[in-house]
Design a binder for this molecule. Structure first.
Ligand code: COI
Length: 356
């Protein structure tokens, strides 16, 4: 995207680092933050000077519109380090495009491309020691934008804040994942914001997911809001189903997030001769496939979740077991292929790695 923003990133380094207080072997997802953060405000119709500063709390007027109307969008991305100490992002162009798509839908101003990439790479470089090498280690990056106008009128804000914070991460889900297929609640509707990474999409899932968790399920797989017939996504991840030897995932729509991991896996499946169909899939199809023994695998795919094999699912009060996770070969093949690319351990023929 071309723009009139020339780079003038201001950097204030932290006086000391917290890194020695962190137990990198025992991280809880999203609880630990690095030494620095990126911040840039939109005021008087334009993005102001972007800054990197020590990670810190910030004050905001209680009337800030983000608190009242949820005008907020975010992204999830990761940095990886190889054994030589080189650091890579994975397809950051996709996150950049998507956050601006989300911004447009939420009536928020788009963020300039050069600010995004310079901010991101400078921040990751400053906090480079927080990116640990080794498969399974990463630095989770959370770009987000919020409405900061001090005004409670229900209208788009005049001012916004774009930030990036970073958190060292291991697996999002500890242990196996069982899912409940939603029949009562819906995640998103036609013409809504389901395709956007809008903060409210996640808040809206907390209550139904908490009910599922009380029944022993970690996640809900959402079905279409109109008929609850078609399987859509799991909220923290897109979902893939393997029936016989074919992998199936739902097409993106205005209700489904265009996941970067999802589209990368579709490409990797094609590159590795794994039959893949991007099409609508009915709940009845996987129930039937489970009953007749042709449902081999279900897995979730997302930046935070990576690839999470699913142990079984509940639908209409019946629990369906999947084959043993050890036998889920497509998810483990694709996970290894993707992580090897991310960690610079294999050829990157699609040019997804972006060196920091
Ligand atoms: C991600 O995978 O990056 C997400 O944004 C999901 C989030 C719920 C952790």
């Amino acid at each position: 995207m071309s723009n009139n923003y020339t780079s003038n990133l201001h950097i204030e380094k932290a006086k000391t680092s917290k890194i020695n207080t962190v137990d990198f072997d025992n991280l809880t997802f999203g609880r630990t933050f690095t030494d620095h953060m990126f911040i840039c405000d939109f005021v008087d119709g334009k993005w102001q000077q972007p800054k990197i500063m020590p990670y810190q709390a910030m004050t905001m007027d209680p009337s800030a519109r983000v608190f009242h109307y949820g005008q907020a969008v975010f992204e999830g991305m990761k940095a990886y380090k190889d054994d030589k100490g080189d650091v890579f992002l994975f397809r950051p162009d996709q996150n950049f495009k998507r956050i601006n798509k989300s911004c447009a839908r939420l009536a928020m101003p788009e963020f300039p491309e050069n600010y995004f990439f310079e901010g991101l790479t400078t921040l990751v470089n400053l906090d480079r020691d927080w990116v640990k090498p080794g498969m399974g280690n990463s630095l989770y990056l959370r770009p987000f934008a919020i409405a900061i106008d001090s005004a409670i009128a229900a209208a788009p804000s005049d001012s916004y804040r774009f930030m990036i914070i970073c958190s060292p991460a291991k697996a999002y889900y500890k242990g196996t994942v069982k899912v409940l297929i939603a029949e009562e609640f819906s995640r998103s509707a036609n013409g809504g914001v389901g395709f956007a990474k809008a903060a409210g999409n996640y808040a809206a899932q907390f209550y139904p997911t908490s009910l599922a968790q009380k029944k022993g399920y970690q996640q809900v797989i959402w079905t279409d809001a109109d008929t609850h017939t078609f399987l859509e996504e799991a909220g923290t991840m897109n979902v893939f189903f393997r029936i016989n030897d074919t992998l199936i995932t739902a097409p993106i729509s205005d209700r489904i997030l265009d996941g970067v991991t999802r589209k990368s896996l579709i490409q990797l499946a094609e590159d590795n001769d794994i039959p893949i169909e991007v099409r609508q899939i009915k709940v009845s199809e996987i129930v039937e496939a489970s009953k007749n023994g042709t449902l081999q695998e279900i897995f979730g795919a997302g930046t935070a979740a990576v690839i999470s094999p699913i142990e079984g699912f509940e639908y209409k009060d019946t629990y369906y077991n999947l084959p043993q996770i050890e036998d889920h070969s497509y998810s483990s093949i694709l996970k290894n292929k993707m992580m090897s690319i991310q960690h610079n351990l294999s050829e990157d023929k699609n040019e997804w790695r972006y060196e920091v």
